[in-house]
Ligand binder design. Structure first.
Ligand code: SF4
Length: 697
């Protein structure tokens, strides 16, 4: 009874990019419970298990509550904030004086507020003089961002969630939306048009099981399939020539390019029948409102950008964009992947600007009232290039914020060895026992979602406000406060004197966005975000449309200078590692369940979520392959790649094809097996392809 709430407030969820609204129940200003918001335009009263458990994971006993410094004994030992901040500055400045300003870098996250990202990126680059910093969004959304930028002229996912309900043909490519974005799948289930739902995936995923048809393609054959379908549509003249002529460039070279992608060629590589491929083309042709959706199956690929653009090309050539129920739609991953894409100041200058463009640098310098010379004139290295920079001892100091690369980065053993080359590793996190924090010289304890405020931007470009509803444990501070303190101890606090709280940074972000496609200058501050349950970008000054269903390109005008979209294409190529006699299976990795999140740093803390997920690492393999190898159900076996050996329990299921195995990414050992290959344009890792063999122990 004492915990009965006396008030409620709303907040946007801090796990995935769906951006569900949660009603937080308060007792004397502190959270005691939550329920999904019924009036939030995203989730309409629903939440997945992670959302329901969002408050409980804050209560864990292994929260970081004090700064920790590695002492003479080699152990992490408590220290004061004052000492920790002095030590941070002394060590980082020491690295810079020995090796140059660029010898320190940061690795950030899609999990903190947009305002915190903007503060970190500005502090690191303009205040501390770093050149290089990247985020873990490189592991999830870099491909989509690059593809959109090249094709549309700006990183602009065009859709609204209403499109799930308004489409008559939904095509999911490499997207297990049922468990990756369960509330968005609920939106699909609300579709009243009896839609065709097509899942293109090597596995019979939960989404493939629920779809009206499943194209069980061979791994890494999606680009060839998409080009063959494009070719077939062109041959049949099932394309929108009027839209192509009015709104796009380079269609004719594209049409020539795909001529060699015949149905026969696609059959050979994909393993699909002629009928399956032709039917896919026919369904796209018959659909009045066709929407294409993709996530990590496309993004995490050695040719992810061109695959995403092949999807974009299909939408453009059939005129399926800018109308309800259509679009080439990338569903982002983390709660604030979009914030990272627009405001992290890593590979883009704040607000979707460019470091290499002088006018952009002048604009940003003017708004921030800093000398233009403080702004780097080159883009940052991407994540993998920063790791390589550490290997080559060009980077000697690293600041890791709210991410866990020692678990999540591809080819894990290599990364853990590389980190030993650092002179100084700082980890800022809500837990002090992550795999990366255990390697750190200094751990800065951070407040979590629910213990601080700021905005996230969800997959449909909606800014949502999350609020402080619980105190942070011990001496943990909001990331925003940590950046504020670092700025002051570093000696550049004056540069950010106006950034006293997140909403002040939001106001600066509004100024920075003015005139950009992502313009949010018309939003009336946090109050409007709160009142309206979020606002989608763009929302320029004077914009009066606040409907919950706003999509891009309704006028057919894209963001390139000539306002046309581009057909971009390139020949498909095989990945750098393929199955062979020695390692005859292809390892696919991915999300294992709706109840777990990434490296489980938060979700494993919930007893409810743990019960909803196997407590042992499993490897899915086909029963016929298991029989051939004499592997029994649930047997503990060795999964071995050229990079490592992992033990896992055999889960026999025909959901995976012969010659393929699947392992969930949530377990700390899986990336010992993965093969470090990257898309050349987005530099996103290709997590879903490694050659492995299976052995009985
Ligand atoms: Fe949170 Fe995503 Fe679950 Fe919604 S679907 S409750 S945003 S984790």
């Amino acid at each position: 009874q004492s915990e009965s709430p006396d008030a409620t407030t709303t907040s946007v969820c801090g796990f995935c990019s769906t951006g569900c609204g949660l009603e937080i129940h308060l007792k004397e200003g502190r959270s005691v419970n939550l329920t999904p918001s019924t009036d939030w335009p995203v989730n309409l009263g629903m939440a997945c298990p992670k959302g329901w458990e969002a408050l409980n994971v804050l209560q864990s006993s292994d929260r970081a509550t004090r700064p920790l410094r590695r002492g003479a004994s080699g152990e992490l030992e408590p220290t004061s904030w004052d000492e920790a901040l002095h030590y941070f500055c002394q060590q980082m400045k020491g690295v810079q004086s020995r090796h140059g300003n660029d010898a320190v870098a940061f690795l950030s996250t899609g999990q903190i507020a947009t305002e915190e990202m903007a503060f970190l990126g500005s502090l690191a680059k303009f205040g501390m003089g770093m050149q290089h910093g990247d985020g873990n969004t490189r592991q999830c959304m870099a491909t989509a961002a690059t593809a959109y930028k090249e094709s549309f002229g700006f990183d602009a996912p065009p859709f609204s969630y209403a499109d799930f309900e308004e489409s008559d043909t939904l095509i999911f490519v490499g997207s297990n939306i049922c468990i990756a974005h369960p509330i968005l799948w609920e939106r699909v289930l609300r579709n009243r048009h009896q839609p065709e739902i097509i899942a293109i995936d090597p596995r019979l995923t939960e989404t493939a099981q629920a779809a009206t048809s499943h194209l069980k393609i061979q791994p890494k054959s999606d680009l060839t399939l998409l080009y063959a379908v494009a070719n077939y549509l062109i041959q049949k003249d099932w394309i929108d020539r009027e839209f192509i002529a009015a709104h796009t460039n380079d269609f004719e070279p594209f049409a020539q390019h795909v001529q060699s992608y015949t149905i026969e060629r696609a059959m050979e590589l994909t393993g699909l029948s002629e009928q399956a491929i032709v039917e896919l083309a026919e369904k796209i042709h018959r659909g009045q409102r066709v929407s294409f959706w993709w996530t990590m199956g496309v993004n995490q690929s050695h040719e992810g950008v061109r695959t995403a653009q092949a999807i974009i090309n299909l939408a453009l050539m059939t005129g399926n964009i800018g109308r309800p129920g259509t679009g080439a739609n990338s569903i982002t991953g983390q709660c604030n992947a979009m914030g990272s894409r627009l405001f992290s100041n890593t590979t883009n200058l704040l607000g979707g600007h460019s470091f290499t463009n002088e006018a952009d640098r002048q604009k940003v310098a003017g708004i921030l009232e800093i000398p233009i010379e403080r702004i780097p004139t080159e883009n940052s290295w991407a994540y993998d290039q920063i790791i390589e920079g550490i290997r080559q001892e060009k980077i000697k100091g690293l600041w890791v914020i709210a991410t866990n690369p020692a678990h999540s980065w591809i080819h894990q053993n290599d990364l853990q060895e590389i980190f030993q080359k650092l002179d100084f590793l700082v980890v800022q996190d809500m837990y002090s026992n992550t795999e990366t924090a255990q390697l750190a010289d200094l751990v800065l304890p951070a407040a979590a979602w629910g213990e601080k405020e700021g905005t996230f931007i969800n997959s449909e470009r909606r800014y949502g406000l999350h609020k402080k509803v619980s105190p942070a444990p011990g001496e943990a501070l909001a990331d925003f406060q940590i950046f504020r303190a670092v700025a002051d101890y570093w000696g550049c606090g004056e540069m950010f004197s106006k950034w006293t709280e997140p909403e002040r940074v939001f106001e600066t972000m509004q100024q920075l966005s003015e005139g950009q496609p992502c313009d949010i200058s018309g939003i009336a501050g946090y109050a409007e975000l709160d009142d309206r349950r979020g606002v989608q970008w763009p929302c320029a000054t004077g914009e009066t449309d606040r409907s919950v269903e706003r999509r891009l390109f309704e006028t057919g005008r894209f963001y390139h200078a000539d306002e046309k979209a581009k057909f971009i294409f390139e020949d498909s190529r095989r990945p750098g590692e393929t199955a062979d006699d020695e390692f005859p299976f292809v390892l696919l990795t991915g999300r294992g369940a709706a109840a777990q999140w990434h490296t489980q740093t938060r979700t494993a803390k919930s007893s409810v979520l743990r019960k909803l997920y196997p407590n042992v690492l499993q490897v899915d393999l086909h029963p016929a392959d298991a029989k051939a190898l004499g592997i029994a159900p649930h047997e503990l076996i060795h999964v071995e790649s050229r990079r490592g050996i992992v033990q896992a329990h055999a889960n026999l299921t025909a959901a995976v094809g012969r010659g393929q195995v699947f392992m969930p990414m949530h377990w700390d050992t899986v990336n010992q097996l993965t093969f470090a290959e990257f898309d050349p344009y987005s530099r996103q890792p290709s997590y879903k392809n490694a050659a492995v063999r299976l052995r009985r122990r």
